[in-house]
Design a protein around this ligand. Structure first.
Ligand code: ADP
Ligand code: MG
Length: 149
């Protein structure tokens, strides 16, 4: 029998606000350490969902959570453990990854949320939430969340 805790959850949202609300619901019940991998094209809603997850977890207010487009990494410390929000879209190969200090991020209990996770080597030492987001209309998004222990 499939483990119900590992079942894929599917959300179809019709606005950015609805995606944030869904993110918040996910964020309130998270347990660290946790790696959240967000896949989907530009504009799919990865950063928008992160606003909900991180604010729901208590890491920062929603408006403080912005895309780490240029800094590549943001750290929010309002919750019991830090939340890291990392965007690997602009990473150029292994040398850039090394300078980012990702290994340090994984030395403490934390929630680590990564956009474009295919640009780094996979990690299997932390529980993972795999999230895929896709456009299904102008303001509609299809979101699938699969836990991997
Ligand atoms: P990504 O980080 O995947 O590149 P963003 O979250 O930065 O995407 O941007 C998503 C854009 O799409 C935002 O401008 C947001 O307002 C808009 N949007 C419209 N509908 C939705 C929705 N249902 N869910 C998430 N974002 C939406
Ligand atoms: Mg983004």
């Amino acid at each position: 029998m499939p483990d119900p805790t590992n079942a894929t959850k599917i959300f179809d949202t019709k606005s950015a606000d609805e995606t944030i609300t869904r993110g918040r619901e996910i964020g309130v019940s998270l347990k660290a350490p946790l790696l959240i991998l967000l896949s989907g094209e530009l504009g799919a809603g990865k950063t928008t969902l992160t606003k909900g997850i991180a604010s729901g977890f208590g890491a920062a207010a929603e408006e403080e959570i912005t895309s780490p487009t240029f800094t590549l990494i943001h750290r929010y410390s309002g919750a019991r453990v830090p939340v890291y929000h990392i965007d690997l879209y602009r990473i150029e190969g292994a040398r850039d990854l090394d300078t980012l200090g990702l290994d340090d991020v994984f030395t403490e209990d934390a929630v680590v949320i990564i956009e474009w996770p295919d640009r780094m080597p996979p990690r299997h030492d932390w529980p993972i939430l795999h999230v895929t987001l896709a456009h299904s209309g102008e303001d509609a998004r299809h979101i699938e969340i699969t836990p991997l222990q």
